[in-house]
Design a binder for this molecule. Structure first.
Ligand code: COS
Length: 385
């Protein structure tokens, strides 16, 4: 399908495609096996100016949108979801600053993020605050000119490897979701340490750690936006970033489909390549159709979000939900098409299947996406009355 990308978008996509082919695919099995953080690939992405794509030019970026970012995420995800997660988590961590940061904060942090000099992480999740994002228990109490943070964040992507953290903490327990605030905190701040690296089923090159705040004091002006706006900042951040998870789904599904198709052309059974059998053709036809539908939805949602529309929760959630369910189904089916070979580490699809599972879980489970869409539908129909 032709999505009529303009020249610049084609250039961005082709650059990401080249990096994936030259730097990601040759390394992915080893990164997965050794749970190694993909520093080399991050360095290449930085040298290629891809970290600053969506950051305004006045802060050192290229002023492009989430659509262009999605193109890059999709390409990287064809090669390795661990790598694309490491890259995409930077946008997730940067959105609170972009959306609500002061000019001073933007000047201080965004140029280093745009150049890829410093990686970023977003910290909302806790042991008792996953789907129930308003259940955050980490506190930030104002003491003179400083906030004092106490609590533990769980399963934080890029935790320990990032230099900059955007963190949601409670500033007023009595106010529920309106009692949460967002902060920017730098690695190395006294009282801020990391837990052990998690050992995961998939996306094993992406790092996942706890963030531990023990009487961690930060300047008052590290507050992002207004006190009490942290939950809204987190929700608005996820509204923008979830479409990128959809792009990850499209990418990994395409990668698995490509591997399965070329295998099916060469694998001989009953005296013919298995692709000549209708059973295989029907599986591939369904996979290709679902991938194209997912891509169309992700691209449309990303473009809609880039218009600056006020409420994009529904579109972003739909793109994430559909494309990541497609990713799971397609990667499982790719293993099936390849049979015993698909199950072996010699081929990439077993890793893609393991990796794809997280897409249905992180940045809001697909059950939560359905809740978000449902709530939006209720709101829409109420407005129509
Ligand atoms: N944009 C702006 N405001 C939003 C919003 C959004 N997308 N979503 C919620 N809000 C506002 C609501 O309007 C409400 O405001 P008021 O206090 O003025 O009424 C407030 O935030 C609380 O909203 P709500 O009552 O809907 O909150 P819930 O606790 O029921 O949570 C869900 C809603 C389930 C959508 C939210 O908890 C969620 O997204 N959970 C998943 C979180 C997640 O993605 N975790 C993964 C870890 S982060 S990588």
């Amino acid at each position: 399908m032709d999505y009529f990308l303009d020249e610049e978008q084609l250039m961005i996509r082709d650059l990401a495609r080249q990096i994936t082919e030259e730097k990601v695919i040759p390394l992915r099995a080893e990164l997965d096996e050794k749970e190694e953080f993909p520093w080399e690939v991050m360095k290449t992405l930085a040298q290629s100016d891809l970290f600053g794509l969506y950051i305004p030019e006045e802060y050192g970026g290229f002023g492009k949108g989430g659509f262009e970012l999605s193109l890059v995420i999709e390409e990287l995800s064809k090669g390795c979801l661990g790598v694309s997660t490491t890259f995409a988590a930077n946008a997730l961590g940067t959105y609170p600053l972009l959306l609500y940061g002061s000019d001073e904060q933007k000047r201080k942090y965004l140029p280093d993020i745009a150049s890829g000099k410093k990686l970023v992480a977003f910290a909302l999740t806790e042991a008792n605050a996953g789907s129930d994002a308003a259940g955050v228990q980490t506190t930030a109490n104002l003491d003179g000119d400083e906030y004092v943070l106490n609590g533990t964040k769980q399963w934080i992507t890029n935790g320990g490897d990032a230099e900059i953290y955007t963190v949601i903490a409670i500033t007023d327990k009595s106010k529920g979701p309106r009692g949460a605030s967002a902060f920017v905190i730098e690695k190395g701040t006294p009282g801020f340490t990391f837990g052990k690296k998690e050992n995961k089923l998939g996306i094993r090159s992406s790092s996942t750690r706890e963030l531990i705040f023990d009487n961690c004091r930060i300047p008052k002006n590290n507050l992002i936006g207004k006190q009490g706006m942290g939950f809204i900042a987190a929700m608005k951040t996820l509204d923008k970033s979830r479409v990128g998870v959809g792009a990850q789904g499209v990418g990994v599904a395409q990668g698995a489909f490509d591997a399965a198709t070329s295998f099916a052309k060469t694998r001989i059974q009953f005296g013919a390549p298995v692709i000549s059998f209708q059973a295989i053709q029907h599986m591939l036809a369904d996979m290709a159709t679902h991938i194209e539908a997912a891509r169309a939805l992700v691209y449309a949602a990303a473009k809609f979000i880039d218009t600056g529309a006020k409420d994009v929760s529904k579109e972003s959630a739909m793109a994430k939900l559909f494309a990541t369910d497609v990713a799971m189904k397609v990667t499982v089916d790719a293993v099936q098409v390849m049979g015993g070979s698909g199950y072996m580490k010699e081929y990439p699809v077993e890793k893609m299947m393991r990796d794809a599972k997280i897409l249905q879980i992180y940045e809001g489970t697909n059950q939560i996406q359905r809740n978000v869409i449902g709530q939006a539908l209720i709101k829409e129909t109420a407005n129509k009355k």
